[in-house]
Design a protein around this ligand. Structure first.
Ligand SMILES: Cc1cc2nc3c(=O)[nH]c(=O)nc-3n(C[C@H](O)[C@H](O)[C@H](O)COP(=O)(O)OP(=O)(O)OC[C@H]3O[C@@H](n4cnc5c(N)ncnc54)[C@H](O)[C@@H]3O)c2cc1C
Ligand code: SF4
Length: 611
């Protein structure tokens, strides 16, 4: 084991969440190390190819997926520096005030311990810092006024514009979608060229990914990024009252210890609980910050209701971005749909690729052979789609928990259990029904709703934010940096918090993804998560600033990625044992990975049509 100099702050995960902390702490002169399990991606590594793009999907030990609606996390997570936001769609909607008081207004779920007004200034700040294009004034038909976005809206294309007539007929107002993309050159980064490859990473830096935003700032301020470093435990001192650093495994599988005065967990919504639960010790028998027993509980996702339509004209579906051109909060009220409960956020206008995530070939999963061939010919010019993201209510049974099987580093694997309730199913169905009506009113000649398995998008939850240690894992600032007295819930009131049984010093939790990253509150939300968790990060970093005393070679372990990614489709991957360690491998995906062939038979049809 190499000796590592003790640092002020060790951050686990170099995604959107970890990057904000790294930027602000390094900017204040703290010695910061970011431990990232994947490669140190640079913009020049990014290749606009769906086949290449598989390299930025999650790898490492897989999650075992259970429940009626298993979490398809492989499609949404990240691997390596930049995390998921290296290749996200960069839609930047906000929560609305009704999300924060869902219990008070509807007697459902939980109220947040903060209000929209607490976060709103940070939405504006993040937009200024990372670069958001949009029309804030237009959005203010649904939300309180804020600052204008720093860039005008993005261009629109026929694949977005063509839907407007249908939305109007349904009484749904659409406005330019706010996106973390450059409509014009911004802070030395070029304007978008609308080639629609955002979902595998934007090689020119027009997309606001961590590399060109907060992580770039952090590096300039001296933060060290240590790739291929997989953190397995947060370490504490003998009394269990103070964090002392983290245990991690380096690229060659050697155990390492990084001592730190403070630790920030920013390893995403499922990995944070896994690490916290695996950090159990004599003083923390149930895992860190788990006095409430709620670590890993209330896992949540969004569902998307996709409606596809083929129009009798060239809708330029190769043009645009994979974000959205238009958006609407018209169905964001929790009771917008009869006999259903939960918000819906509607988007329209995306570039479609031939295959893979959101691709043309995947628009009709029921077709094979000549039927698929014929469909692809019809769809190549005229296919476009809309999507409605829906909100699910928190359910304590949806959870992350450790299991006995272990990964390559001897760390217990985790199981994710997830099932939607009847309200979620009702919102999903209502949105699909409405989407079909919108498409018909828009004049489409072929229309269908994507009614397969109910999708699970944007993993959130797992470290609930609340008002005291009995009902939550963290408070609204995470463990408060001014005294770092307790990581388990706590309150925003300093004196009151002092009276809590001290649990742990200097662990900060940035639990990633949506619903208040520094703790996932199970209140309400129906929008994509990044703007929200960057804003919460920024809100908390202000508290940090005010504090005077606080705190490639390609991916090893790659083969274990694919079973997670495709496990909804092909559940039969095999487990191979080496001692007590298991690696999950599916022969089909291994072969595909090694040969770099596309996995879908659709690929060959695409060749036929396009090449
Ligand atoms: C295709 C796609 C489209 C999306 N579109 C949108 C969108 O339009 N709008 C939106 O708001 N959100 C979107 N998202 C979601 C958004 O990207 C994520 O919510 C956000 O990036 C999560 O950031 P994070 O830092 O919390 O977690 P991550 O980005 O997952 O970062 C966590 C990092 O920690 C690393 N890590 C994990 N475990 C360990 C460990 N044990 N040791 C060391 N490192 C570890 C991971 O490799 C990763 O780099 C999308 C995501 C994807 C993939
Ligand atoms: S469409 Fe724009 S943001 Fe997306 S990859 Fe291309 S240039 Fe980058």
């Amino acid at each position: 084991m190499a000796a590592h100099e003790k640092v002020d702050v060790a951050i686990v995960g170099a995604g959107a969440s970890g990057s904000v902390f790294a930027a602000v702490m390094a900017g204040q002169g703290k010695k910061v190390v970011i431990l990232e399990q994947g490669p140190d991606w640079q913009l020049k590594d990014l290749i606009s190819s769906d086949i290449w793009g598989r390299r930025v999907k999650p790898a490492g030990g897989p999650f075992i997926l259970e429940g009626k609606h298993p979490v398809s996390y492989g499609n949404q997570g990240g691997w390596g520096v930049g995390g998921a936001a290296l290749h996200y769609f960069a839609n930047f909607p906000r929560l609305l005030p009704n999300d924060f008081r869902i219990k008070s207004e509807h007697n459902r779920a939980h109220d947040w311990p903060i209000a929209y007004e607490d976060v709103a200034p940070y939405y504006d700040k993040v937009a200024r810092e990372v670069g958001v294009s949009g029309d804030a004034k237009a959005e203010e038909i649904w939300r309180p006024a804020g600052e204008p976005y720093p860039m005008p809206p993005m261009k629109t294309f026929r694949n977005g514009d063509i839907w407007l007539k249908g939305f109007e007929a349904a009484g749904i107002r659409m406005v330019p979608a706010p996106v973390g993309m450059n409509s014009v050159a911004f802070k030395g980064r070029p304007a978008c060229i609308y080639d629609g490859w955002c979902h595998v990473g934007c090689p020119i830096g027009a997309l606001a990914n961590p590399l060109v935003t907060y992580l770039g700032d952090a590096r300039k301020a001296g933060a060290e990024v240590r790739p291929f470093s997989t953190v397995t435990r947060v370490l504490t001192n003998d009394t269990g009252a103070r964090v002392t650093g983290v245990e991690y495994y380096d690229r060659s599988g050697e155990r390492q210890v990084q001592e730190a005065s403070a630790v920030v967990l920013a390893a995403w919504a499922a990995q944070n609980p896994r690490i916290m639960l695996n950090s159990a010790s004599g003083k923390h028998a149930n895992g860190l910050a788990n006095a409430s027993g709620l670590v890993g509980k209330y896992l949540m996702t969004h569902f998307g209701s996709s409606t596809f339509a083929i129009f009798d004209e060239d809708v330029e579906n190769h043009m645009g971005t994979t974000g959205a051109q238009y958006m609407s909060y018209e169905r964001y009220g929790k009771t917008s749909h009869k006999d259903a409960f939960g918000s819906t956020f509607i988007v329209a206008g995306f570039a479609l690729k031939t295959n893979d995530l959101g691709g043309i070939a995947n628009a009709r999963l029921d077709l094979f052979g000549p039927d698929l061939d014929a469909f692809m010919r019809r769809a190549a010019r005229g296919l476009t789609r809309i999507n409605a993201f829906g909100e699910e209510m928190p359910n304590i049974e949806n959870r992350v928990e450790l299991i006995a099987d272990k990964d390559a580093f001897g760390m217990p694997l985790a199981r994710m259990t997830h099932t939607y309730d009847k309200d979620a199913e009702a919102v999903w169905n209502a949105n699909l029904d409405e989407g079909v009506k919108v498409a018909r009113a828009a004049g489409a000649k072929e229309v269908w709703a994507a009614r397969g398995a109910m999708p699970t998008i944007h993993l959130m939850g797992g470290t609930i934010m609340g008002t005291d240690a009995g009902n939550s894992v963290v408070n609204s600032y995470g463990p408060d940096p001014r005294d770092c007295q307790s990581v388990r819930g706590g309150t925003r009131d300093f004196r009151h918090r002092r009276r809590l049984q001290p649990d742990l010093h200097h662990l900060r939790l940035v639990a990633a993804r949506g619903r208040a990253s520094c703790g996932q509150l199970e209140g309400g939300r129906g929008v994509t998560p990044t703007a929200e968790h960057l804003s919460l990060r920024c809100r908390r970093r202000r508290a940090t600033k005010e504090s005077s005393n606080s705190a490639e070679e390609w991916c090893p372990g790659r083969s274990s990625t694919y079973p997670a990614y495709f496990s909804n489709l092909i559940p039969s991957y095999k487990r191979s044992m080496a001692g007590d360690r298991i690696s999950y491998q599916n022969p089909l995906f291994q072969a595909a990975q090694q040969s770099d062939m596309a996995l879908s038979t659709n690929f060959f049809l695409i060749h036929k049509i396009y090449l």
